[in-house]
Design a protein around this ligand. Structure first.
Ligand code: URA
Length: 310
């Protein structure tokens, strides 16, 4: 059949919309180059599975989504992806909530989840098993300079989880996250929220200290962050508060600077994610403390917490 005569959906030719859907999915690919998308099926498989039964139980829709439905939803999908969301821009909750288009509700689960949520959850996983799997890790070059692996600490059933970048000198020596100067400030922040350190869970993107406290490198993050993913899936916090750009950029798979999106809510693997500045940044820039306090107050509102009485 002449492609120009193919069915028209919403006034656009099906082929045109199909191309737009593929573009949208490619945009997802751009966001998810690493580390959590390496197990994702190739683009053509996503397009095909969206048109037929979904294989993976964790992403299964109750019924097969028809190609026509996907094509009909393409404008909403495309609107969600562009413009103003150049590659690397995370999707925030406010933005997705404001898209009330009915088409958005028929987004295939595979495509909707593909941006941030593809890595499979491990049934029956535990923190102990994750720690055992890490073992005496030599998977990346950071092991060469470390004293202790800094796995994470706190309440395994915490509603609130903080995610930092990686251990510093004090953490490397003690094996505990956030125990140095920045850690003391984090402890004060937690107390100001009406909590104790033991109430929350604290972990980092990488579990070994980068030399001279440099930023973790991409291969190190790619190697180590699946363990963080498993920790998040096991703890199932209601809120994840990322500290600094490394953890926010890693979890949200963006290259945007944190100042562009801190203080906004994001969806992340069933939790609400609040990016804020790193306490070490606050030590250098105390003027940014009110901004962080605003972010923490948003977290407190969601968790029903009252600030500590002075
Ligand atoms: N900074 C971090 O990001 N994590 C720590 O554990 C300590 C300092």
């Amino acid at each position: 059949m002449d492609p120009a005569k193919r069915a028209s959906v919403g006034g656009r030719s099906e082929t045109h919309l199909e191309e737009q859907v593929k573009d949208w999915l490619r945009y997802g690919e751009d966001l998810g180059l690493s580390p959590y998308y390496r197990d994702r099926p190739p683009l053509h498989a996503i397009v095909e599975s969206a048109a037929g039964p979904v294989e993976s139980p964790s992403v299964a829709t109750s019924s097969a989504v028809s190609t026509a439905a996907i094509l009909a939803s393409a404008p909403a999908m495309i609107a969600a992806a562009a413009p103003g969301r150049a590659s690397g821009a995370p999707r925030n909750v406010a933005a997705s909530a404001s898209q009330k288009s009915p088409a958005a509700t028929i987004l295939p689960a595979t495509a909707a989840r593909s941006l941030f949520e593809v890595i499979e959850r491990i049934e029956g996983d535990t923190l102990l098993r994750i720690r055992e799997d890490i073992g005496d890790c030599t998977r990346c070059k950071l092991h060469k300079g470390r004293t202790k692996i800094v796995f994470g600490t706190g309440n395994p059933n915490a509603d609130l989880m903080f995610v930092g970048e990686g251990p510093g000198r004090d953490e490397d020596l003690s094996g505990e996250p956030f125990v140095g100067r920045a850690g003391k400030l984090l402890t004060d922040m937690i107390k100001a929220m009406g909590l104790q350190r033991e109430d929350v869970y604290i972990a980092n993107v990488v579990k070994c200290r980068p030399p001279e406290n440099r930023l973790p490198e991409k291969d190190e993050i790619t190697t180590c962050s699946p363990f963080l993913m498993r920790q998040i899936d096991t703890i199932k916090p209601k809120v994840i508060c990322t500290l600094g750009s490394c953890s926010a950029q890693t979890l949200l798979q963006t290259t945007q600077g944190i100042s562009k999106f801190r203080g906004e809510w994001f969806d992340f693997r069933g939790a609400k994610l609040m990016p804020t500045y790193h306490p070490a940044y606050l030590l250098r820039n105390p003027g940014a403390k009110p901004e962080v306090w605003k972010d923490l107050q948003k977290v407190m509102a969601v968790l029903g917490l009252q600030p500590k009485k002075r």
